[in-house]
Design a protein around this ligand. Structure first.
Ligand code: FMN
Length: 509
């Protein structure tokens, strides 16, 4: 086995995290890293452990240091599961914030960070840790790596799923960084599943229509910020590399590929480069998905012919389990970054009065429901916010339920949201439906499956009726004076625990 001799990236204080190894150091500091040194099977056992650990609180990330059958393979790959998982602390660390920050503050902070873009910085090949080992041509053999089987009925082995896939727009030349799954199809081939309308799919379709091949690269074992950003819908003409740089407040280090012209993350643990030849498709899937169901039945997906494989010594291969909540890798971080993305879209459009946005993690990996809290400032404001939340780039894909609540309701608190729905909305007047919206073949609610790329959305107005805003029934709220008084007396009266926070007080008392 090669020793872990990586020279890369000794983190200095206050410098943003540069790679997965530094991220793991930060996670170890908050005591959320578990290392398993006994060999474990890559066939459903690692994913099962990840699934179960995600249900614990706190829920650690788990690194399997040895895989059964690969103990003495000379590569020494390690597999990481439940990366960010449901841990708000790890999500905050990934986003460069204090692990103690609460969800509401974190969403607000990230919304601001998404306003900044910093282009990537190209480094030379000798400076790129990912080039510690390179395999080309016939030397490439995916069987040498412990690529896992996630679910019992998966159609094959899935590395990752991929943390980020890089393609170049054939017209504008910008580099897209998207999180998409890949299935091993042979020693030097992998299938790439792309939902309709997703950027890499649009690039491939346009290149193939011209009869041209298109280059592709995929990276595993990057700082999870790549997955957080790569899985969000950003404008189709701007590279996600710039948003990652913006969040880090530092350019991402990238390096020119050895068999492609693509810029790949220089500090990744493992990267493949390849080519998609016109019309080259192969049957792929099924795969256990973010909905908690197997996705579309087995079907054709573009086939990547791998031209180079690079890896660091003892590479750490990251795995994102797609599952029901809370074991779906994306649930926890979607609740933060997708909420921030949608809110950021509102800001860019100049919509006033938005007090909070929350994509609930339990709703199909954070994709199924968006709650927006607003201060109603004009007639039709809530209806406008609902329609936009349903269709802005950051929020349009899949979402089935969009709920508007007033500013006194915390969108992150589902009890309060349900209270508002039950007390402020009148279903006959307050629900609208959008039809034929952007969805995915992975939505299990529609048959035949061919209908699935089209979805529908319910817009639920759970705000006070704007026409009766002034004379709407008054909600019961404590007086601030009394709250402060009983809080001060709490201990003296022998009452248990801490005094709960209260957000709304009666002003007219
Ligand atoms: C772990 C993970 C795996 C994903 N796998 C896929 C996939 O296989 N295919 C796909 O189309 N989207 C997948 N997604 C969702 C995309 O990342 C998301 O739709 C994103 O917007 C795609 O990037 P794009 O907007 O640049 O196309 C995945 C998301 C996550 C978090």
């Amino acid at each position: 086995m090669s020793e872990d001799t990586s020279t890369a990236t000794a983190k200095t204080q206050n410098e943003p995290i540069q790679d997965l190894r530094q991220w793991l150091d930060a996670v170890a500091e908050i005591d959320e890293l578990v290392k398993v040194s006994e060999p474990v099977s890559r066939d459903q056992e690692m994913s099962a452990i990840g699934y179960l650990l995600a249900k614990q609180q706190p829920s650690p990330t788990v690194m399997f240091e040895k895989t059964i059958g690969f103990e003495d393979d000379g590569i020494g790959a390690r597999l990481l599961w439940n990366l960010a998982g449901p841990s708000l602390k790890r999500i905050a660390i990934t986003l460069g914030e204090s692990p103690d920050m609460n969800a509401t503050d974190l969403i607000r902070k990230v919304k601001g960070k998404l306003m900044q873009r910093i282009p990537p910085r190209e480094v030379s090949a000798p400076e790129a840790p990912v080039f510690e080992n390179t395999l080309l041509g016939d030397d490439i053999d995916l069987d040498k790596f412990p690529i896992p089987m996630h679910w019992p009925l998966d159609g094959g082995r899935y590395p990752g799923t991929a943390d980020c896939v890089i393609t170049r727009d054939p017209d504008s030349g910008y580099l897209n960084v998207g999180t998409y799954r890949m299935m091993q199809q042979g020693k030097r081939e992998a299938g790439l599943y792309l939902s309709p309308g997703k950027d890499a799919r649009l690039h491939i379709e346009r290149a193939w229509e011209r009869g041209e091949s298109i280059e592709v690269a995929a990276a595993w074992g990057v700082d999870p910020i790549f997955m957080l950003v790569g899985s969000q819908g950003f404008p189709k003409n701007i590279s996600e590399y710039e948003f990652i740089g913006g969040i880090r407040d530092q350019a991402v280090s990238v390096v020119k590929g050895k068999t492609t012209d693509l810029l790949i993350p220089a500090n990744a643990e493992l990267v493949i480069e390849g080519v998609l030849k016109p019309g080259s498709m192969k049957s792929e899937g099924p795969f256990g998905e973010f909905t908690g169901y197997y996705g579309r039945p087995e079907g054709d997906a573009p086939l990547v012919e791998i031209t180079a494989l690079h890896h660091r010594n003892q590479p750490i291969m990251t795995n994102a389990l797609m599952a029901d909540y809370p074991s779906c890798e994306q649930s926890g971080f979607f609740a933060i970054i997708r909420s921030a993305r949608v809110w950021n879209d509102f800001d860019k459009l100049g919509i006033p009065g938005i007090e909070g946005v929350y994509c609930h993690p339990a709703a199909a990996g954070g994709w199924g429901m968006t709650v927006v809290s607003l201060e109603q400032r004009y007639a039709g404001h809530a209806a406008q916010v609902l329609a936009l939340a349903a269709q802005v780039p950051g929020g349009a894909y899949y979402t089935k339920w969009i709920i508007a609540v007033d500013e006194d309701v915390d969108p992150c608190d589902m009890d309060q949201v349900l209270w508002a729905m039950a007390s402020r909305s009148n279903p006959i007047d307050d629900i609208d439906i959008l039809r034929n919206t952007w969805s995915t073949q992975l939505d299990p609610s529609q048959y035949p499956p061919e209908n699935r790329p089209y979805g529908s959305k319910a817009l639920i107005n759970a705000c006070k009726d704007h026409k009766n805003l002034k004379n709407f029934s008054k909600r019961t709220m404590l007086s601030k004076e009394i709250y402060d008084k009983v809080s001060a007396d709490w201990e003296r009266l022998g009452l248990p625990g801490d005094v709960p926070d209260v957000r709304n007080f009666e002003k007219d008392a």
